[in-house]
Design a protein. Structure first.
Lengths: 526, 326
């Protein structure tokens, strides 16, 4: 089986190079997709590969705005506030040439709600999806859900008949090590068809000649060869030697080198990820400090002083080599609820910080342990090291404890750290997502990443009400009110927004997607 | 004889069990796999369910015994990262590592012996001294640095050879080979030099010192006195007698070539078991880590066992002592 696919891909490779207009995109990044099952594993690189093969109802363009994919338009129902109506695109076919209809959408949503599905949380509010006719569906939620479309941009649609015929209706039991047909075989409506795939080694895809948008999008790339390259130096070397046309996960220190190389450019955009420090303010006494009987982080003046001591411009220039945007709030710029005013980073003011420390009774400072990852965010450990020096200036002696992410994140979710670094991205582009995970008091299914011990019942009620508030103006006001509390309480110390860099050959034309999700159908080759 | 073999085998098994136990007790310090497996949207309930499902809530002794029970039946469990049986993944990755190790080994032995003989015969020549000095690089520079330097020179600056991957491979039965395509052969050059350089310099220095020793022997002088040609003396008489220790060392080094392929494979994105192991550590993929460590220890213990038995067969003193004691 494998030998025939290899043979086929070699044959295709030969035949495609024979065509005059054939363009191969040789694409590399650090990691590979974990599976091809559309509803298993809600994870970035996995979604990236799926986006070439499968399509959701709606996608986001590079500005974060919605763009129709398999749905042409959508709106809340005029009669029932709990219902959204989606009109589907006509004349779309799957790779095996079966027609796409409402039945496939209903089926895919049901599949994505199975217990083994990793997408079930995102569509947890959906109670029913029904087909009105072949090209109209209604999605019923358990209450009004104003931001439902935001949760559908990575929800891929499968063909009902193909899935049933191949006995792969059940979502892969990933943890149980189940291998289903859909794990390694695909049949989407997307612009590219998988020709061969060896996990962690190489994936080859070719253009779907029958794609519905063949005339609407550039679709200059006729073949994609995707290779994960783990070692950063090797990745850059492969780009410099011309073996790669398009590179994600660029190491910051090599940006200039690639940009100065002949025929290569680096493009950048603010990424959907903000980096910040969290402080355990809720505990009576914390373990990681040298103060007995009380918790210095429980005093808002101490938290403010610590924030004032962080020199964000220095971190940007020295640690990040310019590759970051200093932040004043823990929301990325395109998220609903973000304001320029709140995000304007507070200037470093050591005198004011020292005064606040003295006012709080800590003029002699204290010492505390900072937990930091060393393999998750761009230069994460170096940022923490810089913060150690900055906080020392106001008398806070920081003992840095940097660990791999696999050891660091459990500290936060298990409440075993009092001062930690965390980064956050917002897939729904709405502040509610941030509040649910980082501001709401910690419970078993909400506030799971809130390691600050902050728990305010009134605020929690306000956060919960956002989910069903269909009056968008009132909802935005509520979001602004919640942000005010977060800012006044200095719940977190924001550091910066990460900047995303894509390296590419000059002949490749594409703008950087803030979610780090390149969609090859937009690529132009000159 | 039989008693000796049985005792050796039992000792080897004990070593394996201890290695496995140490490995399992260490896994908890690598981190928590649950965090990598579930996305940031997971709830405490999901975490508890998965922890129970994977048996991670049990003490490491229980986990280890379960692993052993599966392992003796050839079942190494399921990879947390890839969601596929570990034995399948290892089988898929083994050809890449074995081919690389084989080419590195051949390079190391071939070039190592040739240069060793050359530097011994021309011990005061300029070329021999230059080679000896250069060989210090092979012994002292770390593998990843050699790899990066080679990539920089031959891929980035000269553009002759690929910087990563295995090139096109051809599948024959359950084996994928890079020997049959041009890109596959080209892709082998840099990684095999990187991996074999240390062994090459080691063999070269060993051959040289053994040769110098042998060339001083009386029988070499007599051979020369008999008027034999220089080539016959050097290769037929001298080299042959230097090879016994060389073969012993080479055999033991074979294990390390496979085990230390980890670094070379990471630098060159070589899709072998070493790269798989590095991925597994980062993701805390316990089944893959456990299977790999067990496999490597089986290999080392096996090689040592064979060497022990060979000594027993070759060296009559071992047997004589035993019979005398009884």
């Amino acid at each position: 089986m494998r030998s025939t696919t290899t043979f086929l891909s070699v044959a295709l490779l030969l035949s495609s190079t024979a065509l005059a207009s054939a363009e191969t995109l040789r694409w590399a990044r650090a990691g590979d997709a974990l599976t091809l099952d559309p509803h298993s594993q809600n994870e970035g690189p996995t979604h990236t590969i799926r986006h070439q093969i499968y399509e959701p109802l709606i996608i986001r363009d590079v500005t974060g705005a919605f763009e129709p994919a398999l749905a042409t338009d959508w709106a809340p129902s005029e009669t029932d506030p709990n219902v959204w109506v989606f009109n589907l695109r006509e004349g779309v076919t799957f790779h095996d040439s079966a027609a796409f209809t409402a039945e496939d959408v209903v089926f895919s949503f049901e599949r994505a709600k199975q217990p083994n599905s990793d997408m079930k949380e995102l569509i947890g509010s959906i109670t029913e999806v029904r087909a009105v006719d072949d090209y109209t569906i209604e999605i019923v939620t358990d209450g009004p859900n104003p931001i439902l479309p935001s949760n559908l941009t990575n929800l891929f649609i499968m063909d009902k008949d193909w899935t049933e015929a191949n006995d792969t209706v059940a979502v892969q039991d990933f943890e149980g090590g189940e291998l289903t047909f859909a794990t390694t075989n695909t049949n989407g409506t997307g612009p590219y068809i998988v020709q061969s795939r060896e996990q962690d080694v190489r994936t080859v895809m070719t253009l779907n000649e029958n794609y519905w948008g063949i005339d609407q999008f550039p679709l200059d790339v006729t073949e994609i060869v995707y290779t994960p390259i783990q070692n950063a130096a090797t990745r850059v070397a492969a780009m410099l030697s011309g073996e790669i046309d398009f590179l994600q996960d660029m190491p910051v220190q090599d940006l200039e080198r690639v940009n100065n190389a002949d025929g290569l450019v680096v493009k950048q955009a603010p990424q959907n990820r903000v980096i910040f420090f969290g402080m355990n303010q809720g505990a009576e006494d914390i373990e990681a400090d040298n103060v007995d009987g009380k918790n210095p982080l429980g005093d808002v003046r101490v938290r403010q002083a610590m924030s004032l001591a962080i020199n964000r411009d220095a971190i940007q220039q020295v640690v990040m080599r310019g590759q970051s945007e200093p932040a004043g709030m823990i929301a990325p710029p395109f998220v609903n609820g973000w304001t320029e005013e709140m995000d304007a980073s507070s200037a470093t003011d050591l005198d004011k910080a020292k005064a606040l420390m003295a006012e709080a009774g800590y003029e002699d400072g204290f010492s505390i342990r900072l937990d930091c990852p060393n393999d998750r965010y761009i230069n994460d450990e170096a940022i923490c090291q810089a913060a150690v020096g900055m906080l020392a200036q106001i008398g806070v002696t920081v003992n840095l404890d940097a660990k791999p992410k696999a050891q660091h994140f459990p500290l936060i979710t298990d409440g075993k750290t009092d001062f930690y670094m965390l980064g956050w991205g917002v897939p729904t582009y709405d502040s509610e997502y941030i509040f649910n995970f980082l501001v709401h008091g910690r419970e078993s299914d909400i506030g799971t990443w809130n390691g600050t011990g902050f728990d305010n019942d009134d605020l929690d009620a306000k956060i919960k009400s956002l989910a069903s508030n269909t009056d968008l103006e009132a909802r935005d006001q509520a979001i602004a009110d919640i942000w005010k509390v977060v800012q006044d309480e200095q719940l977190y110390i924001p550091v910066h927004h990460q900047v995303l860099n894509w390296g590419m050959a000059e002949r490749v034309g594409i703008e950087v997607d803030p979610e780090d999700q390149p969609k090859v159908k937009y690529f132009e080759i000159n | 004889m039989l008693a000796f073999v049985i005792r050796r085998v039992l000792q080897s098994l004990l070593v394996l069990l201890v290695v496995g136990a140490v490995a399992f007790s260490m896994f908890r310090f690598v981190g928590d796999p649950i965090d990598n497996m579930l996305g940031q949207e997971r709830t405490q309930e999901d975490i508890d369910r998965l922890r129970g499902q994977l048996g991670l809530d049990q003490p490491f002794v229980v986990q280890y015994v379960k692993f052993l029970q599966g392992a003796v039946q050839g079942n190494f469990g399921v990879s947390y990262r890839q969601g596929r049986p570990v034995s399948d993944i290892l089988m898929e990755r083994a050809p890449a590592t074995l081919e690389l190790a084989a080419v590195s080994g051949v390079l190391a032995i071939g070039i190592g012996i040739a240069l060793g003989v050359f530097t011994a015969i021309r011990r005061d020549g300029f070329a021999a001294n230059a080679i000896m000095s250069l060989s210090l690089i092979g012994v002292s520079l770390p593998t990843f640095l050699i790899g990066i330097l080679l990539i920089y020179l031959f891929s980035v600056e000269l553009g002759w050879l690929p910087s990563f991957g295995r090139g096109e491979t051809v599948r024959i039965g359950g084996w994928t080979t890079g020997f049959l395509t041009e890109s596959g052969l080209k892709a082998l050059i840099l990684p095999s030099i990187t991996l074999g350089l240390y062994q090459m310099t080691l063999i070269m220095r060993l051959v040289r010192s053994e040769m110098l020793e042998v060339l001083r022997q009386d029988y070499i002088r007599f051979a020369r006195a008999r008027g034999l040609r220089e080539r016959a003396v050097n290769f037929r008489h001298a080299l042959k007698n230097t090879l016994v220790p060389v073969i012993t060392v080479t055999g033991l080094q074979l294990g390390s070539i496979i085990a230390f392929a980890i670094i070379t494979e990471t630098v060159f994105q070589w899709p072998g078991v070493g790269l798989l192991f590095i991925n597994a550590i980062q993701f805390v993929d316990i089944p893959v880590m456990a299977a790999y460590l067990m496999l490597i220890s089986v290999m080392f213990v096996g090689i040592n066992l064979i060497v022990d038995l060979l000594y027993f067969a070759i060296d009559p003193r071992l047997r004589a002592d035993k019979t005398a004691a009884h």
